[in-house]
Write a protein that binds this ligand. Structure first.
Ligand SMILES: Cc1cc2nc3c(=O)[nH]c(=O)nc-3n(C[C@H](O)[C@H](O)[C@H](O)COP(=O)(O)OP(=O)(O)OC[C@H]3O[C@@H](n4cnc5c(N)ncnc54)[C@H](O)[C@@H]3O)c2cc1C
Length: 463
C-alpha cells in the first residue's frame, strides 16, 4: 500500500533538506528521498569539503609568511592524507547533522532512488525493495553533477572531476585546470598554494568570467604573482593520456600547442540530474538538462516543483535553500516572495577571495543605466594593513539617477564574509544616501565598503 504525504521532496541537498524542514515546521507531513548522502553535493562533495581544504592552504600560505608577523616557523610541510581526512571528517559531521535535523523535525527519510511513475506518485527503490508514496506536492531537488566534455572525460587517475580533486592520493606536480569558474579557481588556488605547478585554461577572454572585468583582472594578477599560469581565450581540444602523464592540446589564437601535465582537473560546468526520473512522460519541460520553472519554482505540471541546481543558475547552495523555503511556504498555503536572482551573492574562496552581488559595471551600462562607480583599495584600510592583507579592491556600481545600488564587487581577504552587507542593502532597496549615513566600525575591513560608496560620489576620505 502506498504511503501518503502532504509533501515529498526528492533529493536531500541544501535545496531539498531545507524545503523538507520548512514544510515540517509549517505542519506538513513530509517525506524526503535521498539515494546517496544527506546534505547533497554541498555538504559532501562541494561547498564544505572544499572550504576545509582551502583553509589548509590558507594557513599553509600564512605559515610561509611567519617572519612578516614576527614569528618563526621552520620545516613547514603537509601531510596530504591528513588534509583530506580533516575535510572528509567535516563533511561527515555536517552530513550527520542534517540527519539529526530531519529527525528532530519529524521528516520521514527514505534512502533510495526515486522515480515519478505518474502524477502525484513517487516510487522509491530502497535496499529492502520498492516503496510507493503519494502526494499532491512533489519537490524535485535532485541537483547536478560535473559536466564531462568528449575527450576530456575524467578517469580518476590522470584526469579528475571535483570529486577526485577532493580526495587526492597524490599531490599533482604539474597541474592543468580546465575552466576558471568558482570550482576551477578554488582547486587551482588550493593546489598552487600547496606547491603544484598550476596552469588554468579559460575559453572566455578572462578568468572568473561572471565577475566584473576589473575584479577578474585584479585576481589574475594576484594568482600570477603566486606562480600560477593563466591562459585566457584558450581551449583544451584534446588530452592524450600516457603512463603518468597527459599531453594537452591547447588552442589559442588559432594555434595549437602541446603541453605535458601529470594531472588535469576538468571544471567545465555542471549538468542537471534530470534523467531517469520520468519527467518526459509527465510533460515536464527540460532545457539543456535543467527543469524549466516559473519564478516560484512551479514546473507547469500541477503540484510538481523544481528547486536548486536542477532548476538552473545560479548554481549555489544558498539559492537552492532559499527556493526550498519559498516552495514549502507556497505548498503550506503562504504567499512567499519569488527569489530575486539578482540579489544572490556569488563567492569564490580562492586566495585572494572574490565576492559579488548584482550587476557588473558592463552589465549596468548594457542595461542603459547611467552609472556612478566607486572604488576603494585595501591599501587604504588600516585593518587590511594590520592583517597583512593590503592587496584587494572593493567596487560599487550605482544608478546615477536614483542612487540605487546596482552591484558590488570585491576581491581580497575575507570579502566572502563582507559581501552580505551589500546583499542586505540591496534587499532593503538601499540608496547611496543610506549607505553614506551608515556608521561602520573601526578598524574593520567593512570600512572599505563605506569608502567605496563615498568614492562613487567623490567623497572617499582615506584614498
Ligand atoms: C566543488 C564544489 C564546490 C562548491 N562550492 C560552493 C560554494 O562554496 N558555495 C555555494 O553556494 N555552492 C557551491 N557549490 C554548489 C553547490 O554544491 C550546489 O549549488 C548545491 O549543492 C545545490 O543544491 P541542490 O539541493 O540543488 O542539489 P545537490 O546538493 O546536488 O543535492 C541533490 C541530491 O539529490 C540526490 N538525488 C539525485 N537524484 C536522485 C533520485 N533520483 N532519487 C533520490 N535522490 C536523488 C543526490 O544524491 C543529491 O544528494 C559547489 C559545488 C561543487 C561541486
Amino acid at each position: 500500500m502506498s504511503k501518503s504525504f502532504d509533501m515529498i521532496v526528492i533529493g536531500a541537498g541544501p535545496g531539498g533538506y531545507v524545503a523538507a524542514i520548512r514544510g515540517a515546521q509549517l505542519g506538513l507531513k513530509v517525506a524526503i528521498v535521498e539515494r546517496e548522502h544527506l546534505g547533497g553535493i554541498c555538504l559532501n562533495w562541494g561547498c564544505i569539503p572544499t572550504k576545509a581544504m582551502l583553509r589548509t592552504s590558507e594557513v599553509f600560505h600564512l605559515m610561509h609568511r611567519a617572519k612578516e608577523f614576527g614569528l618563526k616557523a621552520e620545516g613547514i610541510g603537509y601531510d596530504l592524507d591528513a588534509v583530506v581526512k580533516r575535510s572528509r571528517a567535516i563533511a561527515k559531521q555536517l552530513n550527520s547533522g542534517v540527519g539529526h535535523l530531519l529527525k528532530k523535525n519529524k521528516v520521514a527519510v527514505l534512502m533510495g532512488e526515486a522515480t515519478l511513475p505518474a502524477k502525484g506518485k513517487v516510487s522509491v527503490k530502497t535496499e529492502n525493495g520498492t516503496e510507493e508514496l503519494t502526494s499532491n506536492n512533489i519537490v524535485l531537488a535532485t541537483g547536478a553533477r560535473a559536466r564531462e566534455l568528449p575527450g576530456l572525460e575524467a578517469d580518476g587517475d590522470l584526469v579528475w572531476t571535483y570529486k577526485h580533486a577532493l580526495v587526492p592520493k597524490r599531490m599533482p606536480k604539474k597541474l592543468l585546470v580546465i575552466g576558471s569558474g568558482a570550482i576551477g579557481i578554488e582547486f587551482a588556488s588550493f593546489y598552487n598554494a600547496l606547491g603544484s605547478e598550476t596552469t588554468v585554461v579559460e575559453v572566455m577572454d578572462r578568468i572568473l568570467p561572471v565577475e566584473d572585468a576589473e575584479i577578474s583582472t585584479f585576481a589574475k594578477k594576484q594568482f600570477e604573482k603566486q606562480g600560477m599560469t593563466i591562459r585566457e581565450k584558450a581551449m583544451v581540444k584534446q588530452l592524450d593520456r600516457g603512463k603518468g602523464k597527459v599531453t594537452a592540446h591547447i588552442e589559442a589564437a588559432g594555434k595549437v600547442t602541446k603541453e605535458e601535465f601529470d594531472t588535469v582537473i576538468s571544471a567545465v560546468g555542471i549538468v542537471g540530474n534530470t534523467e531517469g526520473l520520468g519527467l518526459e512522460a509527465l510533460g515536464v519541460n527540460v532545457d539543456r538538462t535543467h527543469v524549466v520553472t516559473d519564478v516560484r519554482c512551479r514546473t507547469g505540471v500541477d503540484g510538481l516543483y523544481a528547486i536548486g541546481d536542477i532548476a538552473g543558475a545560479p548554481w549555489l547552495a544558498h539559492k537552492a535553500s532559499h527556493e526550498g523555503v519559498m516552495v514549502a511556504e507556497l505548498i503550506a498555503g503562504g504567499h512567499p516572495h519569488a527569489v530575486d536572482a539578482d540579489s544572490i551573492a556569488g563567492c569564490t574562496y580562492c586566495l585572494p577571495q572574490v565576492a559579488s552581488v548584482g550587476l557588473t559595471e558592463a552589465q549596468a551600462k548594457e542595461q542603459g543605466y547611467d552609472v556612478k562607480v566607486g572604488r576603494f583599495p585595501f591599501i587604504g584600510n588600516g585593518k587590511a594593513i594590520a592583517l597583512g592583507e593590503p592587496e584587494g579592491l572593493v567596487k560599487t556600481v550605482f544608478d546615477a539617477k536614483t542612487g540605487a545600488l546596482l552591484g558590488a564587487h570585491m576581491v581580497g581577504a575575507e570579502v566572502t564574509e563582507l559581501i552580505q552587507g551589500y546583499v542586505v542593502g540591496r534587499q532593503l532597496e538601499t540608496t547611496e544616501e543610506d549607505l553614506m549615513q551608515t556608521v561602520f566600525p573601526h578598524p574593520t575591513l567593512s570600512e572599505m565598503m563605506h569608502e567605496a560608496v563615498l568614492d562613487a560620489w567623490g567623497r572617499a576620505i582615506h584614498y
